[in-house]
Structures are given as C-alpha cells and as structure tokens.
Ligand binder design. Structure first.
Ligand code: CUK
Ligand code: CUA
Length: 640
C-alpha cells in the first residue's frame, strides 16, 4: 500500500473516531478501508488514544465529593481478597496476582524455559515440553464444580504449538501437557462448568486435513477443529471438524453446549478475504449429539490420527449450529445466570446476545439459528470481550474507543424487541486499546461485581519510558460505586490476554510439597531401579557412561559434598529436599554446565547433563535458604 493511501485511510479512521465520539449509532461496521488498516493494532493504537468517548473524569484528577469506593491498599502483611490468574502471552507462562493490590505473587512457567525454577531444563519438565521452549498462552480457566471454581486445576492454551496444559492448584505447577492433533493456533479454550468434564479447545487457523502436503494451496479444503479434552485424564477424546475458523470459546453452565466464535466464515487466507462478509457465526456444539456420534462410530479419522473426528462441515446438523452474528466476532462470554452468551462483534460496534434456552429449538429446526439472538446493543467501536457483575450488567471491552462500556442485558433485550430504552449505562476511559476484560468471579455463577480488570494492549505514556517495548497496562476498576472508577495502573510484561479473578478461599495450595507429587513419583520410579529411596539415600550409581547421583538436602547442606564422574559422562542429579519448613526451597546449580533447578520443601527434582572437560566444578544451592546458604555447595570432580 502506498504511503498516501495509508495516510488517507488513517485520516478516515481518525476522523470517524473524532467526529462521532458520543454517537455510536452513527457508526456502522468499520468501513472496509478503515478496517483494512485498522486491522493492524498499530493503526488502531495510533488513533484510538486521542480523546473519544470520555464520560469519566481523567484518572489522577479526583473530583470533589467523590465516593470513597473500595480500597486497593493491602497493607504490609495483609492478604488480598482474590487470586488473579493471568495468562502471560508470548512469555509462555501463567501469573498469579493478588487482587486488589495487583501485586504479582508468582509466575508459573508453562511452555517457556525459565531460569529460576529450571522449568524446561529439568528432566520432568523437559519430558512434558518435548524439546520446545516457547509458547503463547492466552486463556486461563480453572476447573469447575456446579458452576463455580473447585480449586483443583488451571487450564491454559498454547496458541503457538497447539497444546493444552494443566496446572495443579495444590502446587501451582504444570502436571500435564497435551498436544492437540489436526490443529494450529489453538486459541480459545473453556472447561465445562458443571464438573471437571471436557476442556474445549478451538483451532484458530484453518489447515488442510490431514496437513500432510495435500491441498496446500486450496483453502476451500481447509478446516478447523473444536477439540474435546478430558480435563481429568488430559486425553483428547474427540474433535469436531468445521469449515470456518474458531476464535474464542465458552461453555454453558449445564454441560449441554460449547461455543466458538468464527470470524472467518469466508474461509479467506488474506486480510481482505477474512473480512469480506458482514456476518460470520457463533458455532454451537451440541455435546450430547457429539457423544452420540462418537459412540455410534459416525466419525472419520484424519490421516493416521487415532482421535475420532465428527465431520461438521456440511452445514447445520444435530451436532453443530451456526448462529449468524456480525462481523468477525471475537469474544464469547456466558452470563453468570447461565442464560445468555454474549458475542462481541469486533468489526461491528455491537454485541450479540444469544438466549441459550432457545438453542434447543434451533437445533430441532423449530426456529432459525438467528432467532436465538435476542439483543444486539451498540456498545462502541471494536468490542472484544464481556465481563459480568452478577447484577444483570455486562462490561464490554471496546478496543478502538479505549473504553469499557457498562450496559444492561435486560434493557438491551427490550430495546431489540422495539422498546425505546437505552441499555448503555456508562463508558469509562481505559489506557489504551483494551483487549480482554474480566471481573471478580465473572466466569462463575458467583460473580460478585467487585473488581473489573481492563487488560490494555498499550500503555504508551502511563509509565516511565523503558525503551521501544513498553509494558501492557492492566487497569483495575472499582465496580461498586455509581460510576466505574479506574483505581490502578498495572504494568505487565508481554503479554497478558486474559485473566480470571477468584475468591481466595476457593484456592488452597499446599505449603510444602507432598510426596504424591507427579514429579517426585517420576524421580522415585527411576531411583527404584537403583534400589534407592530418595528420602534416605545419598549415592552415586554408575551404569556404563551414565551416572546417577542421588543427593538429599537439609539447610544448609547437601547430602553429598562431592562426587566423581568422567568427562563426557551423562550425569543425572536427583535432589530431594528433606526440609519440612514452609517457604524453604533449595535448588541445584552446577556451574558452567547450564544446569539450574528448584527443589521445593519436601520436593524432589532431577536434571541431566554431560560432564564437561576434566576439572573441579562447584555445585551450589541458588535459593537463599539459611545463614550458611553460601556454604551450601559441593564439588563435582571430573576425571579425564
Ligand atoms: S484474545 Cu487477546 S484480546 Cu487471544 Cu482472548 Cu481477545
Ligand atoms: Cu539451600 Cu540455599
């Protein structure tokens, strides 16, 4: 595109933005030209921050007589009321924050390699990661029971490598990673909400089926998979193949349906192609029908794959329904009462409200799929995701306008039915270009309307300049007053997409590891072959060129102060932490060998490396554990 043309389009988008800040009704779909350039976050970012729909006071300037609201100050030694579980985007991790303080409490390495803990370097994590060291986490969701969190598991996607990982809340460590077959760009995921049943995973990118070199440049033959993973066994159970792509995912509260937004019903492979149609779909999957099809063997296999695949490409069926929604929809969120699925229009200024109770009739052919839509309020330019307060209101993130729009679901339904009511309650500026949003307990039946988070993609000028790569800005908003109030700017490293905010009493992690930990079991199974009990033994076992070194640790000493190997040996070191003291972690770092791992209290870890050239190499405990922590070290004596 020529620079002139770019400037023209940017001007158009900017003036569209400037001229009509208060009147969203004036704006229809993004014009093709504006959308074309607007599709790049750069352009949106350049225009979106200037003024716009300002209805709240600028943050920082506190008007007189303002109600107090909730305090975000959590004093020294005090605990936050909520756990926030944040995805870490390209960092490949999950983060745990305290809410409302927004203090970062922990990073859980998932798909990344991490130096502090040795994740991606120790034996157990290497086995799970199968040689990869990068990932792209977007969506974190916890396991459910009866519509609320049961505190057992956290699930997270990897968009980069089409995987689903599970973290055990007891240890806040990954215990399983599953590859999703026939999938690229695994994006939206959502667990079932009535129990730990399936976790559904959407493939965002359409690919040939199988993707073995056939149909390379025939996109009409591409498809995408909606994958059902068993949240207990972490096995892929079945997949539904559809023709369009799938973006965000949601489930109902009863275990009947899963949902997937489709922004590329066109099957385009270019930007223009994907934006051509004014309507795309919300796919609805009928889970009982899916299970029946699998049980009856009405499935295909893709390539040499073993997973049963239901072919849902032929149009609406008992298995899959396409509810038309405008235009290139993004988020889908289900209201806490379980009644509505709210689909954000992205390139349409609307959200489509789907009455879940009507879906059965649509599957039965008694009504048209589109008749499931009971409201379509105009909320602003670029709606992406919706959170809820449990009081009948939605809070939709509006990317281009850089606002959060608070609106009333009932009023939106009445307006859609012809009544003269305005569902919009308020818009509050956020800074800048908000992507996801979530509210305390919003994804459960216990949504409590206390705290709202706007995960902004750009921070621009909100923090000290740290060079070209700036932090994102996760803004905390108090929902409890008459007006929404932004109360905190939270700089975040690249790049949280989504978060969930969970009442603290629902999460009860262990204080020290228990020996039922899968990592300990993995290590003990290897040790057992050498007749070694990890809890009592310090010993070196040689088997050809392989050497296994079993070491216990109690602050401030390792059970072995030296061991001897030969240069070029494959050395596997097991460290078992016998300290039974809360917060007393040890670790094992072998200098000059790229070897470093964490060993939690009552935990075991192992790491494998090749002994370097002859000489003395110190190993040491890298976690400050004792007044004599620096003395907690030993020597590896490497002979020629
Ligand atoms: S996506 Cu990032 S703003 Cu991956 Cu959930 Cu919507
Ligand atoms: Cu153990 Cu430092």
């Amino acid at each position: 595109m020529s620079n002139d043309r770019k400037t023209q389009i940017l001007d158009a988008l900017e003036s569209e933005h400037r001229d009509a800040p208060e009147n969203s009704a004036r704006r229809g779909f993004l014009s093709a030209a504006a959308a074309l350039i607007g599709g790049g976050a750069m352009a949106w970012g350049m225009t979106g921050c200037e003024g716009g729909t300002t209805t709240s006071a600028p943050t920082g300037a506190t008007p007189a007589h303002e109600p107090e609201g909730q305090s975000i100050h959590v004093g020294p030694g005090k605990l936050d009321d909520y756990y926030g579980f944040w995805s870490g985007g390209q960092s490949g991790e999950i983060r745990i924050l305290g809410i409302p303080s927004m203090r970062e409490l922990k990073r859980i390495p998932v798909f990344n390699r991490e130096s502090a803990t040795g994740w991606g370097r120790d034996d157990w994590s290497k086995e799970l990661l199968k040689g990869t060291s990068s990932g792209d986490t977007h969506h974190v969701h916890l396991s459910y029971k009866d519509g609320t969190y049961d505190g057992r598991y956290i699930f997270v996607n990897d968009k980069a490598q089409a995987r689903l990982a599970r973290v055990r809340c007891s240890t806040m460590e990954v215990d399983a990673i599953v590859d999703l077959p026939n999938s690229q760009g695994t994006h939206g995921i959502f667990p079932q909400r009535h129990k730990t049943g399936y976790v559904f995973c959407n493939a965002e990118f359409r690919i040939p089926m199988p993707n073995d070199g056939r149909d390379l440049n025939d996109p009409s033959k591409y498809g995408a998979m909606h994958t059902a993973v068993d949240g207990e066994s972490m096995e892929v159970k079945w997949q539904v193949l559809v023709e369009g792509n799938m973006d965000l995912c949601a489930t109902d509260y009863e275990g009947k349906y899963s949902f997937a937004t489709c922004y590329n019903s066109e099957g385009g492979v270019t930007l223009e192609g994907m934006m051509a149609a004014d309507q795309d779909w919300l796919y609805v999957f009928n889970l009982a029908a899916c299970e029946a099809a699998v049980a009856a063997g009405e499935t295909i296999t893709v390539g040499k794959g073993k997973v049963p695949v239901i072919d849902g490409r032929a149009g609406d069926s008992a298995v899959v329904l396409r509810i038309p929604v405008p235009k290139s929809p993004h988020g889908v969120n289900v209201s806490p009462d379980g009644k509505y699925a709210v689909v954000a229009g992205k390139l349409s200024p609307t959200c489509s409200v789907i009455d879940i109770s009507r879906i059965a009739d649509a599957f039965a052919g008694k009504i048209k799929p589109r008749d499931c839509v009971v409201a379509e309020p105009e909320l602003g330019l670029g709606p992406l995701h919706t959170a809820f307060d449990g009081k009948g209101n939605g809070y939709t993130s509006i990317f281009i306008d850089s606002v959060m729009t608070k609106w009333n679901i009932d009023k939106a339904i009445r307006q859609f039915a012809g009544e003269d009511v305005d569902p919009i309650i308020e818009k509050v500026d956020v800074h800048y270009q908000v992507g996801h949003t979530n509210a305390s307990m919003s994804e459960t039946k216990d949504a409590d309307g206390k705290w709202l988070v706007a995960l902004c993609k750009f921070s621009k000028d909100r923090f000290l300049n740290v060079g070209p790569l700036r932090p994102e800005n996760d803004q905390l908003i108090d929902m409890t007053m008459d007006k929404l109030k932004v109360v905190h700017d939270g700089p975040a490293y690249s790049e949280p997409h989504d978060c969930v905010i969970v009442k603290r009493d629902l999460i009860n992690p262990l204080k020290v590891m228990d020996r039922k930990d899968p990592r300990h079991e993995y290590c003990q199974a290897i040790a057992a072959k050498d007749g070694v009990d990890l809890l009592t033994t310090n010993k070196v076992v040689r088997e050809g060129r392989k050497v296994r070194v079993y070491i216990t640790s109690i602050a401030p000493a390792f059970g072995l102060s030296d061991f001897e190997v030969r240069s070029g040996d494959e050395v596997q070191v097991f460290v078992t932490n016998l300290d039974n003291v809360e917060d007393l972690s040890h670790g094992f770092c072998m200098v000059n060998h790229d070897v470093n791992m964490l060993v939690n209290a009552q935990g075991t870890n192992s790491i494998t490396f090749t002994a370097g050239s002859p000489g003395v190499y110190w190993y040491y405990c890298p976690w400050f554990c004792h007044a004599l922590h620096l003395e907690m070290r030993g020597r590896m004596l490497v002979k020629a």
